[in-house]
Design a protein around this ligand. Structure first.
Ligand code: NAD
Length: 354
């Protein structure tokens, strides 16, 4: 392994481990950024990387992101992430998942895993045969856990309403125009919730049939994926890809607010300031999209520590996302720092890094 501590994304991570199992062909990196608030929690990504250094960068960046997300969600968890370096064919065998489970178990609870890109509920159930440091397992109705998408969508919906009140002074979504990029699990859920409130919706997805079906269900409009960022609207809600807020992307926006669920929306750190300079209110992604991690974490704490498993506890905590956003926006106005910088500082303080 390269000297990971010389990588630009290394941020005093507490643990970075290369896992190799020749028998199953497993190569993985487990990174724990901080355990200040609790075990380093974050999903496992299964991905074919062109270069091993790309896998290392993902593990370092994503685990730090999880520290910030968990801290800002008020969860008793630190930040961690695992990446499994898939071969070109994406071969995923029971042996490979078992070896990965053994590696998580060997860390003795410093890292708690869950699903991420390329890893589903069935894979996590397989990993759970070898370790108890797992969340995102199947649950019964009415209990915390299960598919995180609807919980993430709920937090984003509440965050958009808070942003509209804060920026536009409106306490109703009636007639407020929201342009939604990505109509999958999260974006589709946000659209349905907003439609109930009478918001005007413009939808877009690279799966144009998917966007069209949802638009006809909700009485919304659609535009092609290359036009969604330039739609004149009140709120642009990115719920597809990361890094869309680059120089060109921000210049194209014709909205008052950016608030959506996609991870890592800012292409570079300075794009938060570019948005602020254009007078656009930004809801920091890892604060507004924490609904899913709240649900998954409460599922874990219910199973391992006997804490409340009730879905209403998840809803109660998701309902606090708007308050946190308003706190960030007020501090941003007071300090003249952009909301992403304010959020990073708050998170760093919570994990004892400031
Ligand atoms: P999903 O796969 O269900 O939906 C994503 C949708 O985006 C798909 O319909 C896809 O066709 C569409 N898409 C991809 N590229 C696009 C483009 N250029 N323009 C328009 N549409 C495009 O995924 P999801 O679970 O809804 O997640 C959406 C985003 O939210 C991702 O960035 C994810 O990392 C983030 N996120 C999800 C959760 C969760 O609980 N699912 C939690 C936090 C963050």
């Amino acid at each position: 392994m390269t000297a990971f501590w010389t990588e630009p994304d290394y941020d005093d991570h507490e643990l970075v481990e290369l896992v190799r199992d020749p028998h199953s062909g497993l190569t993985a990196i487990i990174a724990v950024h901080s355990t200040h608030l609790g075990p380093g929690a974050g999903g496992t990504r299964f991905w074919h990387y062109a270069e091993p250094k790309d896998a290392m960068r993902d593990a370092l960046r994503l685990s730090r992101g999880m520290s910030y997300k968990n801290a800002m969600a008020g969860l008793p968890m630190g930040g961690g992430k695992a990446v499994i370096l898939a071969d070109e064919d994406g071969t995923k065998t029971p042996d490979l998942l078992a070896a990965f489970g053994d590696a998580v178990e060997a860390l003795g609870g410093k890292y708690v895993t869950a699903e991420d890109v390329g890893i589903g509920e069935a894979d996590m159930s397989a990993v759970a045969e070898r370790t108890s440091y797992v969340s995102g397992l199947p649950v019964e109705d009415g209990q915390a856990g299960g598919d995180p998408g609807p919980f993430t969508a709920m937090g984003i919906y509440l965050g958009i309403k808070a942003a509209v009140e804060h920026k536009l002074g409106k306490d109703s979504m009636e007639g407020v125009h929201v342009a939604i990029q990505g109509t999958g699990s999260v974006g589709g859920g946000v659209a349905r919730l907003l439609a109930k409130d009478g918001a005007k919706l413009t939808l877009s997805d690279i799966d144009e049939d998917r966007a069209a079906r949802l638009a006809s269900e909700l009485g919304a409009n659609t535009v092609s994926p290359d036009r969604i960022m330039g739609v004149t609207c009140d709120v642009f809600s990115p719920n597809a890809l990361g890094a869309i807020l680059d120089d060109e992307g921000v210049a194209r926006l014709d909205c008052a607010i950016v608030a959506g669920g996609a991870n890592n929306q800012l292409a570079r750190a300075h794009h938060g300031k570019v948005l602020a300079d254009r007078g656009i209110l930004y809801a920091p992604d890892y604060v507004i999209n924490a609904g899913g991690i709240i649900s998954v974490t409460l599922e874990y704490l219910c199973r391992t520590e006997g804490q409340p498993c009730d879905i209403n506890e998840v809803r109660k905590r998701i309902a606090q996302i708007p308050e946190r956003l308003v706190e960030i926006w007020r501090e941003s106005e007071r300090s003249d720092l952009s909301p992403d910088v304010v959020a990073d500082r708050m998170a760093q303080e919570r994990i004892g890094r400031r």
